[in-house]
Design a protein around this ligand. Structure first.
Ligand SMILES: [Zn+2]
Length: 244
């Protein structure tokens, strides 16, 4: 697929040739698991899941693995090959680490809207690479406090749970988008064909909220897309990826 002029998201259709020079590549594997590869080839895997979730456990190699919290659908670092540095967000104290040129900041949040009393603590990771700021919300269970919004700072690409039940639902997710004002939003942690029994919603309620807010919607039709600073959309744009 040839990216349309003016569309800031280059839909990579699985081929490196479609990735513009200088672009970071992102791939979603389902639930909250993403791979982000910098243009120099440094590989980051976030929240690799175990076999119980319903998705095929991908064979991944990475330089850096980020674990937002220690639940089995997020912390299968042992499955990632390549001898990566593994950062467990709940062991980080709101600190910034730099691994192979990638800056990682951990912002402490809760897995529920009751201060963590129900489901414990969670990490919102902020990653800086290739002049872009990525934020991965893990199993965020609440809208952000003003202090958390400040700690996260400016975001270009937001990986955001929208399925509810274990995390924020569509409405709260839309509020988090309004709090952080990212250029690109990647919904995650929603029901798919691979997870029919999970008590979470499909992405439609969030897409309805996005339409209501006037955001641009794009279906990538692929698990992958590439993003670069010069091609970020001016308007908030929601990109729905396919995990396959
Ligand atoms: Zn969890």
């Amino acid at each position: 697929m040839r990216p349309m002029m003016g569309v800031a998201v280059a839909l990579a259709a699985g081929v490196a040739a479609a990735t513009p020079a200088g672009a970071a590549r992102l791939r979603w594997f389902g639930q909250a698991c993403f791979e982000v590869v910098s243009n120099s080839g440094t590989r980051v895997v976030i929240d690799p899941f175990g076999a119980s979730v319903g998705y095929a456990v991908p064979e991944l190699e990475a330089d850096l693995v980020l674990i937002t919290h220690e639940h089995g659908d997020h912390n299968n670092a042992a499955a990632v090959k390549g001898d990566p540095v593994v950062l467990h967000g709940l062991q980080m104290n709101e600190e910034t680490r730099e691994v192979r040129g990638i800056q990682v900041h951990a912002v402490r949040t809760d897995h529920d809207a009751e201060g963590g009393a129900k489901r414990g603590k969670n990490t919102l990771f902020v990653l800086k690479l290739d002049g872009l700021v990525f934020a991965h919300c893990g199993d965020l269970g609440h809208v952000l406090t003003p202090a958390q919004v400040k700690a996260v700072g400016k975001v270009d690409v937001l990986m955001l749970p929208v399925g509810g039940y274990y995390t924020i639902d569509a409405k709260a997710a839309a509020r988090v988008v309004k709090q952080l004002e990212p250029r690109l939003v990647i919904p995650m942690h929603f029901k798919t064909e691979a997870t029919p029994k999970l008590p979470i919603a499909d992405p439609l309620p969030f897409l309805d909220a996005a339409k209501e807010a006037g955001w641009t919607l794009r279906h990538a039709g692929s698990s992958r897309f590439s993003v670069e600073r010069a091609r970020l959309p001016q308007q908030t744009t929601v990109v729905v990826l396919d995990y396959r």
